[in-house]
Write a protein that binds this ligand. Structure first.
Ligand code: PEP
Ligand code: MN
Length: 346
């Protein structure tokens, strides 16, 4: 059940409603949008209804949320799209977040070079994996803590917020120290203890769609993070497995409008992993921007031919500038503004 507070409701009234919800054995999630404050009461509907909150001080009206995911549903924010800050950049609702960087952190010089290039090209954030979920246990698994340290250095050099993947809950403390956004990869989308773990951190979470997950399953996964009190979740379409074998995955661009209808959370597209080859990455990026995505997470490498991971799909750092310019212009047509701190864009 969603309890919509009156615009003029006082803090005391909001707290009183939340207390009554908790006292009834339900959990209360207070969410403050730009127009409205709503309280999500999660628990048995009968219990919430029995509280008689309709007409209580400060309460405007109650809306039952019929979807199995509650906090992630568009209804929960009464149609308002989520917008939040990550490292001084606004994300969601009219903003376009351009996240760029290598698949994996390989070397100090390469990481810093790519970070500087994408920062100069107007990227909003730097991506790079220190822990890599590889199909083969014999493939490079990431630099681990050393990789995190290099990402930290890249952040100090460029000011770009860091997006990096967590694959094992035992590494959460190390990752939290460096990450502004914790990436949960496609293979872990339904790793529920891991989702709850990142839900208890104060870092934003980029949740990638599982290889064969439905949108409802993706939103249920987001619910695990939101339920722990972490409101800054970004949904990411990265391609799904279909019968088609002409490319690595099928990029499901319809997930953009569909997720934006079902949920208030920002929708980011990864145009790199589905094609698996760089000559198709830009067209998929432009298509995602045109379809109204709230951002892109793209792989960029200073020397793709020598990359240890996902080189064939990486955009060479030397062409990032032009790529970013074209993505920005299409995002602008779709009514989005690339989110970088004021003064960074040339
Ligand atoms: C990645 O971003 O490098 C990655 C491994 O992504 P995914 O989980 O979507 O395969
Ligand atoms: Mn990759």
């Amino acid at each position: 059940m969603m309890i919509v507070m009156k615009p003029e409701a006082s803090e005391a009234e909001i707290a009183a409603v939340a207390e009554r919800v908790e006292a009834a054995g339900c959990s209360a999630h207070i969410s403050r949008g730009r127009q409205l404050t709503v309280i999500g009461a999660i628990g048995e509907r009968e219990r919430v209804q029995s509280l008689g909150l309709d007409g209580a001080p400060g309460v405007d009206h109650l809306v039952p949320i019929l979807k199995p995911y509650k906090l992630a549903s568009a209804q929960f924010r009464a149609g308002e799209r989520s917008q939040f800050e990550i490292g001084e950049r606004l994300v969601g609702d009219g903003q376009f977040t351009l996240i760029a960087g290598p698949c994996t952190v390989e070397s100090r010089s390469g990481t810093l070079a790519v970070a500087e290039t994408v920062a100069a090209g107007g990227a909003s954030m730097l991506r790079g994996g220190a822990y890599k979920p590889r199909t083969s246990p014999y493939s490079f698994q990431g630099l681990g803590q050393e990789g995190l340290r290099l990402l930290q250095e890249a952040n100090e050099l460029t000011g770009l917020p860091i997006v990096t993947e967590l694959i094992d809950a035992r590494d959460v403390e190390d990752v939290v120290e460096v990450a502004d956004v914790i990436q949960i990869g496609a293979r872990n989308m339904q790793n529920y203890p891991l989702l709850s773990e990142v839900g208890r951190t104060d870092r934003a979470v980029l949740l990638k769609r599982g290889l064969s997950a439905t949108l409802e399953e993706l939103l249920m996964a987001a619910e695990y993070v939101l339920k722990e009190g972490n409101e800054r979740v970004l949904l990411c379409e990265r391609g799904i497995r279909t019968h088609e074998s002409a490319y690595r995955f099928t990029l499901d661009l319809l997930a953009i409008p569909a997720l934006q209808e079902l949920s208030h959370l920002p929708v980011i597209v990864d145009p790199s992993h589905a094609p698996g080859r760089r000559d198709w990455v830009e067209s998929m990026s432009l298509a995602a921007a045109a379809a109204g995505a709230d951002g892109i997470i793209v792989e960029v490498h200073d020397d793709p031919d020598s990359a240890v991971c996902d080189g064939p799909q990486a955009i060479p750092a030397a062409s990032f500038d032009e790529y970013a310019e074209r993505v920005r212009s299409v995002a602008a047509i779709a009514g989005r503004e690339v989110s970088a701190p004021a003064g960074m864009l040339v």
